[in-house]
Write a protein that binds this ligand. Structure first.
Ligand SMILES: [Zn+2]
Length: 467
């Protein structure tokens, strides 16, 4: 089937023609691994996971190569490591930095796996490609597109005539609109950093310009070249990366003489209940927060895919509830059914610039038809593991059923009420903390009742110690 994709570079939907159909190549900018992924970070993961699945379907699983990097050179990672060192953690600063990156990458994998996102074929870490970055920077200097000054190396933006084409702005507009750093070592305020010096308390690598570390933009250019070659098919990321990150990637790679990416794809941002997600608005949460609240990964994925990737995605409680209900209906409709092949209408919708919303509309139609085998195959094609969801749901309901009758929960609940009535707050707190430790969060209702909420770490055997 013909695949059409919207190319940011040409601002039009184009028929996708790979350079080599036996080796379709895609690069997506990955996370900076300094903390848990928030819900907005999951959007590009799911969008490009869907594209990866579609490409594998069309060209064969062995003929698609997907690369997504981990940025593990970052001041926020360094800051956490330094704080741990100052708090007495053992190990060198380098070891603590690596430990922080390692733990964040592990969280990222756990969280994205729970959303049904396939792991890319390659997940390079920036720190493993410093040599390639230095080589590329040297090449850019030799070709007159970069210069060294005071331990820094800067890219000469005005040496690349097409700078600004991707985001559709001229260099002068960008200077007026952007927060450009004016520094004495810059020939032009728009020039951006390829390499910068490191102080002794920061990670650094030896280079022709002294001990230092790479700027962020050069890592994607260098890793894409190392892993995908001179030219490749698709480059993706969130639309917040279009400028300056992707503009800079293009400038670096093109000036180094590489063909770089043919199709540029950008997903829109995520909102929560109609508002931008931010810590200051108090509506900021991570993927792990949702999973811990008992929201299944399949539900998060369904809600995310229900909006086209080029539209803002609004996460709402109402959508979550509806998704849970829909998936519950589909569990019933596909119970005991052996999946056949994905429905042509679903594949056609996805082939039309990844129209996931259209694919879901088609799934609703299929759920009303007789062809449940195709429904199940199509649900799987969207990366929704309906069997896993069904299993989790039945475990959940049996635990909730069991809770009502579990003698130990009942006995402790009565004791907790009694302790509160008698104002024996020490014992009440002890029981409440014990419930919490066993994965049962409790809240006191205004009418004196107690509501239990099961969490991901629920383990009733831990309640025995409370007796
Ligand atoms: Zn990038």
């Amino acid at each position: 089937m013909t695949i059409k994709l919207y190319n940011t570079k040409t601002r039009s939907k184009e028929v996708f023609t790979p350079i080599d159909p036996n080796n379709v190549r895609m690069y997506v900018c990955g996370p900076t691994v300094y903390e848990r992924a928030h819900l907005g970070n999951a959007r590009p993961v799911l969008v490009f996971d869907m594209l990866y699945r579609l490409l594998r379907h069309e060209y064969g699983a062995d003929h698609v190569k997907y690369v997504r990097n981990f940025t593990d050179v970052d001041d926020r990672i360094n800051a956490t490591a330094l704080a741990r060192k100052e708090a007495g953690a053992s190990g060198t600063l380098e070891e603590l930095i690596k430990a922080r990156s390692d733990e964040t990458i592990e969280w990222y994998h756990d969280d994205m796996d729970a959303l049904g996102a396939m792991r890319p074929d390659e997940e390079p870490r920036a720190t493993a490609y410093i040599g390639a970055m230095i080589a590329m920077i040297e090449d850019l200097i030799a070709k007159g597109h970069a210069y060294a000054a005071e331990g820094h190396v800067l890219f000469k933006v005005r040496s690349y005539k097409d700078y600004g084409k991707l985001s559709g702005r001229s260099v002068d507009d960008m200077i007026a609109g952007a927060r450009v750093e004016v520094a004495p070592y810059k020939e032009d305020p728009m020039d951006f950093v390829l390499w910068k010096p490191s102080s002794d308390d920061l990670p650094g690598w030896e280079s022709p310009w002294g001990r230092g570390r790479p700027g962020w933009h050069i890592e994607c250019s260098a890793m894409a070249y190392e892993l995908l070659g001179d030219s490749f098919d698709i480059h993706g990321g969130g639309n917040d990366l279009t400028f300056p990150h992707h503009e800079n990637e293009i400038a670096q790679s093109k000036c180094a003489g590489h063909g770089f990416a043919n199709v540029w794809m950008h997903n829109e941002m995520l909102q929560v209940e109609g508002k931008k997600m931010s810590k200051s608005l108090g509506n900021f949460f991570t993927v792990r927060d949702l999973l811990d609240q008992g929201v299944p990964g399949e539900v998060i994925r369904f809600v995310m895919l229900s909006t086209h990737y080029r539209k803002p995605m609004d996460w709402t409680e109402k959508k979550r509830e509806e998704a849970e209900k829909t998936l519950g209906d589909w569990v019933k409709a596909t119970d005991g059914v052996v999946p056949s092949l994905p429905d042509k209408g679903v594949v056609a919708a996805l082939s039309d610039d990844l129209n996931t919303a259209g694919a879901i509309t088609r799934l609703h139609e299929l759920s009303k038809s007789e062809d449940k085998a195709s429904l199940k195959a199509s649900i799987h094609f969207l990366g929704i593991d309906i069997d896993k969801f069904a299993k989790e749901q039945s475990i959940l309901s049996s635990i909730e059923e069991g809770l009502k009758t579990a003698p130990i929960v009942e006995a402790l609940e009565i004791e907790l009420r009694k302790a509160r009535l008698e104002k024996n707050f020490a014992r009440a707190d002890e029981i409440r903390d014990g419930f919490k430790n066993a994965g049962l969060a409790i809240t006191y209702d205004s009418d004196g009742g107690i509501t239990f909420k099961r969490e991901a770490n629920f383990d009733p055997t831990k309640l025995e110690a409370l007796k």
